[in-house]
Design a protein around this ligand. Structure first.
Ligand SMILES: Nc1ncnc2c1ncn2[C@@H]1O[C@H](COP(=O)(O)OP(=O)(O)OP(=O)(O)O)[C@@H](O)[C@H]1O
Length: 442
């Protein structure tokens, strides 16, 4: 249907705001790509540039391989769906859906048939005679979708189309939208700041921060192998535990990761140890999601951390324990990422789902060749130019709290010690700039 290629696209608004900064991104034919990031990171601007509603200050936009920088929006075979649906209030549902066909000069009979088919496919065939004010939020969203698909566009652009709906309806519609776009085979770029939407709907997710692409990959890739510290912290709830560690390399034996007074040992035959050799004597950031941590009995052998429970948070289906392991927290100074108390995974649910995927993925990609190829074209490489961690002025030895998942109401209290087994395969390592160490050559 359509491919999209953005090459070195930059947008500087009058006044100097750099909304998009050197963006390289390819969207394959029929792909569902989600642009994810906090408010103001430049997602909508990218969408508007693809639509032709904004022109880039530099760089090229290609649709189906053809340069379209100068092509007006209506000649781009694109349909857009917005947050506020933008329906015509005085027209019936049928007229709203059929309006693009009317504009294109379609015969009334043909218009009616195509409108009815689309409405039936969307489950709103019985409300064609109503006006938008007589519809529920979900029905209005379906009408907006119907109006977008009726002309069989090559490309769908959706800007937070579900953000005005309640959470139950959002979950229902996100499944419908992904099923519909896949059925139609239409290339789709979908903008959201909601990570659940991104991870459940996307073929690939592109994460932006301050106009800069941070990472792009399948939901599993960006979650289990985040390219930057920012992505690691942005995706996941509770968020990834991020601890400062000092690296000491014992050649041919192991790499010691000193975390406060404790240590984890990465065996030498772990491919990541060779990369780590470049950081001997330096500080790095070790990331561990709660899924990587399992509470164990005190004398259990293996890779472990011990911490004192500072706080317990009961969520009904699970309890989060916040442990002081004597480590130093990494200061992110990032308004889009709420600070979190630092959580192990004891219940069965915590070990399944993404936890299992995470282990499988990191095993499957040992050696890095497959991961590197899947992470995208050279142009899609993540960059993290803004961040430098371990700035002595920024963190005042703030103790990290490590978040561990426990069974619903554990027989354990604040102040007690907890031992957690650490899955080494599920650890993430980032350098002082916040770049993933096993992705970036030093
Ligand atoms: N027409 C404009 N003139 C000046 N600055 C703009 C304009 N449009 C957007 N910006 C700025 O560009 C930056 C990126 O905005 P954009 O709307 O693309 O972000 P976003 O990630 O879509 O955010 P949101 O989710 O809040 O819509 C912001 O700092 C915004 O204030």
């Amino acid at each position: 249907m359509a491919t999209v290629a953005l090459k070195e696209v930059t947008k500087v608004f009058p006044g100097g705001t750099v909304a998009v900064d050197g963006l390289d991104l390819d969207v394959a034919d029929g792909e569902f790509l989600v642009l994810l990031g906090p408010s103001g990171c430049g997602k909508s601007t990218v969408l508007r540039i693809v639509a032709g509603l904004e022109s880039p200050s530099a760089g090229s936009v290609l649709l189906d391989g053809e340069l379209v920088n100068e092509l007006p929006p209506r000649e781009r075979r694109i349909a857009m769906v917005f947050q506020d649906f933008a329906l015509y209030p005085h027209m019936t549902v049928g007229d709203n859906i059929g309006f693009p066909l009317k504009l294109a000069g379609a015969e009334p009979g043909d218009r009616q048939e195509r409108t009815s088919n689309v409405a039936a496919a969307l489950g709103i065939g019985d409300v064609l005679g109503r006006r938008p004010s007589q519809l529920s939020g979900g029905q209005r969203q379906r009408v907006a979708m119907g109006r977008a698909i009726v002309r069989q566009p090559g490309l769908f652009l959706m800007d937070e189309p579900l953000s005005n709906l309640d959470s139950g309806l959002r979950a229902e519609l996100r499944a419908e939208i992904s099923a519909l776009t896949r059925e139609l085979g239409v290339t789709t770029i979908y903008v959201t700041h909601d990570q659940a939407e991104a991870l459940t709907m996307a073929d690939r997710v592109a994460i932006m921060r301050n106009g800069v692409l941070q990472d792009v990959g399948s939901p599993t890739q960006v979650y289990s192998r985040p390219a930057t510290l920012y992505v690691a912290a942005f995706l996941g709830s509770p968020r990834m535990n991020l601890l400062e560690a000092s690296v000491y390399v014992q050649l041919d034996r192991h790499v010691t990761l000193a975390i406060g007074d404790q240590a984890l040992y990465l065996p030498w035959d772990d491919m990541r140890s060779r990369r780590m050799a470049h950081y001997h004597g330096e500080r790095i950031v070790v990331g561990m999601r709660p899924e990587a941590l399992t509470p164990v009995a005190p004398d259990t052998p293996g890779h472990r951390l011990v911490g004192k429970i500072r706080y317990l948070e009961h969520h009904g289906h699970e309890t989060l324990a916040f442990l002081d392991v004597g480590a130093t927290a990494v200061a992110l100074d990032e308004p889009s990422i709420p600070t979190q108390r630092a959580a192990a995974s004891a219940n069965a649910a915590g070990r399944g789902g993404l936890g299992r995927l995470l282990t499988r993925f990191s095993k499957g990609n040992r050696g890095g060749a497959a991961a590197t190829a899947e992470a995208g074209e050279p142009g899609d490489r993540p960059r993290n130019p803004q961040s430098v961690f371990f700035d002595p002025g920024r963190h005042h030895q703030k103790p990290a709290e490590v978040v561990v998942r426990l069974a619903p109401y554990p027989q354990i209290a604040v102040g007690q010690s907890l031992n957690v087994a650490v899955s080494l395969e599920a650890l993430h390592f980032f350098d002082e700039r916040g770049d993933r160490i096993d992705l970036h050559q030093r």
